[in-house]
Design a protein around this ligand. Structure first.
Ligand code: HEM
Length: 518
């Protein structure tokens, strides 16, 4: 969600929290001035002096309020006024984040950050006290009625009815679609006449976007419409950045994103309506919409309107796009940098597919790809796409004996330390897929407490199996069909944070057809 962003829920809900609302009202001074009718008759100079005094008083009150909330937690005593909550996010760096993860519980820019597995799990699992929170613009863009804004019992109920979209039968259908799409993209990469490595991050984004659209909508969405949704979706990603003007005034990023959403929802609703017609005529399900309609026709889930279905698809794209792009980018980079790992992936792929890389893969094959699965897990551990997910304390939340997170405070579980804990993952900064192989240190799910790549609790990622299949399929098939070289630059190991994480140089690769030895 994270995105995204930082995932799916990618950012502080600054102006929505009671704390921020109160501060915002008071800092803008409207409510304060309304309560001072005598100011209306005063001379301009007196008015300005009074206004200034009110502002200074409110700024001091803001700092004092924060210090009383922060109590003994490590972190700066003074914050940048008003925009403090966003200040650290203007130019986020891994170094700054790592500093904030150095203590188990810290206070940074009006936000409380929990950096150990214990605190992260507590935050994610305390659904009575905490809930995911989004940037203010998210409701404008994804629409307030979107299920991603649900919490508690009603969220659980809604989510249960979506589980039918990720059954083994459904995942098998998706795998066939995924296979077709990534092969088309491989052909385009191989056809690039430029002999030099090029940045591939955005090309990986295209691959993921097209795969999602075809898996979700099959052929109900025309080629041009799919391209339009993919292009426009970029406007949505930009408007959900951490720091953005939050109101949808014409010309702003949020306004453009709302227009983009209108286009996307129009196409997605039409796809849902077309699927209903086709499935009622007895068509065989070949995409997620069909699978969903089939379950509705059979009475296994309630009927969903075209708009509800479109908004669920929108939420899936929103929740997955950046994270999938991050993991595929690091997947290709790491396999190029670790040729011994790539060689083992190839060996396994050749065995599982009996040397036939032209035929599509099946679920049974993916299940036999023990080493490729271990590689995918290690990619996700070593470079977790979602490093943290913002939550909000909806009540006073006693996180341990010494600290209660006050109601209205943003509280962020961060995952990096859990996934790089040397006690659980020896040599955590080394890329070692073998740790997840049978007999390896992390086989048998011994690390399951620390495995927070997909979050935990009621909002844990719904797309986990789909992600694992997609990554095994893309990486495994690419390994069989192509060679690729990685131009290592000074920035390849530097991490750029655009909600999720990417190599700073955008992963410069050159693909060539694989010379297979017979
Ligand atoms: C590498 C890829 C992905 C990663 C790392 C990832 C990670 C996450 C994380 C960390 C969360 C928040 C969990 C929490 O709050 O405990 C989340 C939520 C979610 N993800 Fe994913 N995700 C990925 C791909 C996907 C895909 C492909 C889909 C859809 C098909 C998806 C759909 C969702 C949804 C709908 C939620 C919100 C669930 C809820 O609120 O009940 N994600 N994901």
């Amino acid at each position: 969600m994270v995105q995204h962003s930082s995932k799916f829920v990618s950012a502080p809900k600054s102006t929505e929290s009671p704390l921020s609302d109160a501060i915002f009202d008071r800092l803008t001074g409207w409510s304060a001035l309304d309560t001072l009718p005598s100011l209306k008759e005063a001379k301009p100079a007196t008015v300005w002096t009074s206004v200034l005094c009110v502002i200074v008083a409110l700024l001091i009150a803001e700092q004092a309020l924060w210090r009383s909330r922060k109590r003994h937690l490590p972190g700066k005593q003074w914050q940048i006024p008003i925009i403090g909550q966003f200040a650290e996010s203007l130019n986020p760096t891994m170094e700054a984040y790592k500093r904030s993860w150095a203590t188990p519980l810290a206070a940074v820019s009006y936000i409380v950050i929990g950096s150990t597995t214990e605190y992260a799990r507590k935050i994610l699992n305390a659904s009575t006290f905490t809930e995911p929170c989004l940037v203010k613009s998210a409701k404008d863009i994804l629409l307030p009625e979107n299920w991603v804004f649900l919490n508690g019992k009603v969220h659980n109920e809604y989510r249960k009815s979506l589980n039918v979209l990720f059954t083994p039968k459904a995942l098998e259908i998706y795998l066939r679609v995924q296979d077709q799409i990534y092969r088309q993209h491989f052909k385009q990469w191989l056809a690039d006449p430029n002999p030099n490595p090029q940045p591939y991050q955005l090309k990986f984004r295209d691959l993921n976007m097209m795969t999602s659209l075809r898996v979700f909508c099959g052929s109900y969405i025309a080629e041009e419409a799919a391209q339009e949704v993919s292009d426009k979706y970029w406007l949505i990603t930009q408007a959900l950045e951490l720091v953005n003007f939050p109101f949808a005034f014409p010309g702003t990023k949020v306004w453009h994103a709302c227009r983009a959403r209108e286009v996307a929802v129009k196409h997605l609703m039409k796809a849902a309506a077309d699927s209903k017609v086709a499935m009622r005529k007895g068509k065989e399900a070949d995409c997620l919409l069909d699978q969903w309609v089939e379950q509705q026709i059979e009475g296994k889930v309630r009927d969903f309107t075209d708009k509800e279905m479109a908004l669920v698809l929108l939420s899936f794209i929103f929740a997955s796009q950046d994270a999938m792009s991050s993991s595929i980018t690091y997947g290709f980079q790491l396999l190029a940098d670790y040729p011994d790992v790539l060689a083992k992936v190839r060996e396994e792929q050749t065995r599982v597919r009996a040397g036939d890389f032209e035929s599509p893969i099946s679920l049974a094959m993916v299940e036999q790809m023990t080493y490729t699965n271990a590689v995918v897990k290690e990619i996700l551990r070593y470079r977790p796409p979602v490093i943290m997910v913002p939550y909000l304390a909806k009540k006073d939340f006693k996180i341990d004996d010494n600290y209660t997170v006050p109601k209205g405070t943003m509280i962020i579980p961060s995952f990096w330390n859990s996934l790089h804990d040397p006690e659980v993952y020896p040599d955590p900064d080394e890329f070692k897929p073998e740790r997840f192989m049978p007999g390896g240190v992390n086989s048998n799910g011994m690390d399951s407490k620390n495995w927070l790549v997909f979050g935990a609790g009621a909002h844990r990622c719904i797309g986990v199996s789909y992600v694992m299949h997609h990554m095994c399929g893309v990486i495994g098939t690419a390994a069989g069909l192509m060679d690729w070289t990685h131009e290592v630059t000074a920035d390849s190991e530097e991490v750029k944070i655009i909600a999720t994480i990417f190599p700073k140089d955008e992963c410069r690769l050159k693909f060539t057809p694989r010379e297979v030895e017979h």
